[in-house]
Design a protein around this ligand. Sequence first.
Ligand SMILES: *Cc1c(COP(=O)(O)O)cnc(C)c1O
Length: 226
Amino acid sequence: MTQSAIANDPATRLADVNSEIAKACKISRRKPEDVTLIAVSKTHPAEEIAPLIAAGQRVFGENRVQEAQDKWPALREQASDIELHLVGQLQSNKADEAVALFDCIHSLDRPSLVKALAKAFDKAGRQVPCFVQVNIGDEEQKGGCAIANLPALLEAARDAGIPLAGLMCVPPFGIEPAPYFALMAKLADDHGLDGRSMGMSGDYPTAIMLGATHIRVGTALFGERG
Ligand SMILES: *Cc1c(COP(=O)(O)O)cnc(C)c1O
């Protein structure tokens, strides 16, 4: 979606995104309730997020532990059923804080983090579902587990008792994402995982048509990040 197509008020933007979701679901004969919209509010201040909560949005995503700690304790008071998802990279030494703050983690990408999270779950007496992030385009410098290492990482996560929600990916920037979404769906199928966290502002309808269960949308809801 281009910037000019984005409405000015948050409630209208949310309605627009939800209607795009409904359209993509209709085309692909899926149920809208099987697609979770994660409103990615990173870099946006609390006063821009509050109107979306007021408009009924309940699932939000942040990419940094510190920023989420600063913003969300107060925002959560607006509704009792808010879910906060971590969509950014997680350092092992922040695992305890992440487990205390987030309801879902989308960036499990290495064995050391499996260990850190298992320990943090034990300590907190609370388990948080995790998506394993896959470096779907095999890009250097990109977060996520290499496809070749995925079976071993999933086995390590299962052995450690991590509740696995599914797979997550961010396809290479600036090229047609559909083949990567299709590959993600195949990998998830191959490994018996239901969740597919894929699709952002520029490509979420395509992701839905290729099986996304969780879409992570920032710009289309909040406008450009400053
Ligand atoms: C920022 C971010 C998004 C949202 O991107 P938009 O293009 O603004 O919708 C989705 N996923 C991840 C991992 C992000 O960091």
